[in-house]
Design a protein around this ligand. Structure first.
Ligand code: PRX
Length: 659
């Protein structure tokens, strides 16, 4: 923990306020920030009522703002009715923005396609009518396993239009992971594509769906709707499979929205926690959309002329909130990108910013770090060679951004003109929680700064007592907020125990360690559990361990993260086989086999970078694996920590080989 803090403190400059930016900002100066925050603190009900009434179109107005009677199962605006897709699309047709470009899609190979709000609305309506004609709607669940595309956004919106709860699975997850989610969420319908194109390669998707549905319980899915993206060969089952273009064919371009209660589950998104089974994070319709729109407007200072680019995939929460929902509700023009930052070369992001005159750019530290490295290796791809003068704001999300990367981003991409908003949030929070307001908050590289208005965040000890500045502790949110997680799908108990442990007396436990400084700024120190962040992807250590021990050769496995200059963390697996620990070529062969196995069971993104074999794992006398010691071994550091609780201190010596 202390080493993280030291790196954080290397950069002590404060950047901003940015006067030019503040002059035109929606929230300008700290007084305006404080006024909003004070309003929210003094009269939360009144504040949220005002926001929900002014930001959203309600079919039936709500009467009650927040119901805490069954805490921690909070409900917001519960008796109100609305439709999320109407709030993202129809509203813009009525306010004169029908011909404004909604999405600029850039394909992996560089082809560009744009759709206006009118066209996107028509497309969403056709798809929704097609789904409705097949007999699906409110109360059903659909799994989406799709490439980044206009279609992915349109299908999510079409589900929202029908009140059909969607669950998007990132294309980097395997058939096994897909199967687990299909069964857990109880999907009757799957949307996929023949294949996705990334970095000039075709990665099959439909075949993974076929495989997933062939496993036990997969027959719950009645239909697979296939978007023809790559034109690749796929296996076809006439009784079950339909083309997306066929269900759209002949459908009208209007579709009456299904009005749903504000608490209706808009989506379930699976994320890793501290057990082997991913959690289905359930979000609402009204409260979620309100915060998605508000934070888009506040944190990105959204303006009518902006060209917004969030580089996330819709398979993650960032893509849900800041591509499919918040940015459309806010009426932005935005980029949807199919490819990867390094194809055809590491100048791709900068070239796209130049080509599309992007004004707001939102990406992950891991992408920034990999592009820093690439531009050092090949200076031709350094951002200085591109015209980035359209940019006015930069954002970062997903993991702590180290001050060096922050300053590089600020100076080389933002040309020292653009504020950098480092946004801390989670799948469970639905939208930004700790983040600067770019026209107000002075910035400290490495800190996600202050809570947004309406958010009551704190750093506390294990009994819930607030800690003084400088002390590291648990990051909590003390009052409910509209876009908070509503449930872990199908598991009430897990929701309560994971997020509202009784010691914390009703506070939401984020699962991150943090500390505040003298100015109240938050500094995130990393997870409290064994959740890893690899290239900005949230992975459960336990999930990878369960996959490994399911392999016939493996007796026991422990996963830890080791810091990596580019990907943030790298997965390191300590493995005890049923046979004696292998060495040399045999070890390499088994390591590769196990990597492929993890790719198959969880997904290629979870493959261990390092594999280390031993004949036993370090355990306490009570039998718990000592991951903190394994972390030191993984980093190649000396074991100077206390090993007295270790059953057999020599056990650490056996892990010297890395495969
Ligand atoms: O540890 C925090 C880290 O990412 C976790 C949430 O991951 P996920 O649910 O996948 O959502 C990622 C996108 C919102 C958090 O518990 N994290 C996210 N943003 C930041 C961060 N850590 C530090 N700084 C951030 N800005």
């Amino acid at each position: 923990m202390s080493s993280t803090i030291n790196t954080m403190l290397v950069e002590e400059r404060v950047f901003g306020p940015f006067d030019e930016f503040a002059a035109n900002a929606r929230i300008s100066g700290m007084e305006q920030y404080r006024a909003l925050a004070d309003e929210a603190n003094q009269d939360p009900e009144g504040f949220w009522r005002r926001m929900a009434e002014s930001e959203l179109v309600w079919h039936k107005p709500f009467t009650k703002v927040l119901d805490e009677s069954n805490a921690p199962f909070y409900t917001w605006f519960e008796d109100g009715e609305l439709n999320v897709s109407e709030n993202c699309l129809d509203v813009h047709l009525q306010n004169g923005n029908a011909d404004k470009v909604a999405l600029i899609f850039e394909a992996d190979d560089g082809k560009v396609e744009t759709v206006t709000y009118r066209q996107l609305h028509a497309r969403v309506c056709r798809i929704a009518n097609g789904i409705r004609a097949m007999g699906y709607g409110k109360g059903d669940r659909a799994i989406l396993y799709l490439p980044m595309s206009i279609e992915a956004v349109a299908i999510m919106q079409a589900c929202a239009r029908l009140g059909l709860t969607h669950s998007v699975v990132f294309g980097g997850f395997s058939a096994r992971s897909l199967h687990q989610r299909v069964v857990d969420v109880g999907a009757r319908l799957v949307f996929t594509a023949d294949a996705q194109l990334r970095g000039g390669r075709q990665i099959p998707l439909k075949s993974a769906v076929d495989e997933a549905l062939s496993y036990e319980g997969g027959d719950i899915v009645e239909k697979i709707v296939v978007y023809k993206r790559a034109g690749s060969d796929i296996t076809w089952n006439d009784d079950r499979d339909v083309w997306l273009h066929d269900i759209e064919e002949g459908q009208p371009e209007e579709c009456t929205p299904e009005y749903v209660g504000a608490e209706h589950p808009l989506f379930v998104l699976y994320t890793s926690g501290s057990t082997g089974k991913p959690k289905g994070v359930q979000h609402s319709s009204g409260g979620y959309l309100l915060w998605a729109k508000l934070t888009t407007n506040w944190v990105f200072d959204a303006k009518p002329d902006d060209i917004f680019w969030c580089t996330a995939d819709v398979g993650w929460v960032t893509g849900h909130t800041y591509i499919t929902y918040g940015s459309l509700a806010a009426g932005l023009t935005q980029i949807v990108f199919e490819g990867i930052p390094t194809y055809p070369n590491a100048g791709r992001f900068w070239e796209m910013i130049q080509r599309h005159k992007v004004t707001i750019f939102y990406t992950a530290p891991t992408a920034i770090r990999s592009l820093i490295k690439a531009s050092e290796q090949n200076p031709d791809h350094h951002p200085r060679h591109y015209d980035l003068s359209s940019l006015r704001l930069l954002g970062s999300v997903g993991e702590p951004i180290n001050p060096e990367a922050w300053v590089w981003y600020f100076e080389n991409v933002g040309r020292s003109r653009c504020p950098v908003v480092d946004t801390w949030w989670q799948t469970e929070t639905g939208g930004h929680i700790l983040a600067p307001l770019p026209g107000a908050t002075p910035l400290k590289p490495g800190s996600c700064t202050l809570p947004l208005p309406g958010v009551d965040a704190a750093v506390v000890d294990e009994s819930g007592n607030e800690l003084p500045p400088g002390a590291g502790g648990l990051l909590v949110i003390r009052r409910p907020w509209p876009s908070m997680i509503r449930a872990v799908w199908g598991d009430e108990n897990r929701y309560k125990t994971s997020y509202f442990p009784s010691e914390l007396k009703g506070m939401y436990l984020a699962g991150d360690n943090a500390q505040r400084d003298e100015d109240g700024y938050f500094w995130i120190l990393g997870r409290t559990d064994d959740v890893l962040s690899v290239s900005g992807h949230r992975l459960g250590g336990t999930e990878i361990e369960s996959a490994l021990v399911a392999h016939e050769l493996v007796a026991e496995a422990a996963i830890v993260g080791r810091p990596d200059a580019t990907t943030g963390e790298a997965v390191v697996a300590f493995i005890m086989l049923k046979q004696a620990a292998p060495t040399g070529e045999e070890a390499q062969k088994i390591a590769n086999q196990l990597r492929d196995w993890v790719a198959q069971q969880v997904g290629p993104i979870a493959k261990p970078r390092d594999i280390r074999f031993g004949n036993s794992l370090p355990k306490t006398r009570s039998g718990k694996i000592m991951r903190r010691l394994l972390r030191l071994v993984a980093e190649g550091r000396d074991i100077d920590q206390d090993t007295s609780t270790l059953e057999n201190p020599d056990v650490l010596k056996q892990f010297s080989g890395v495969y």
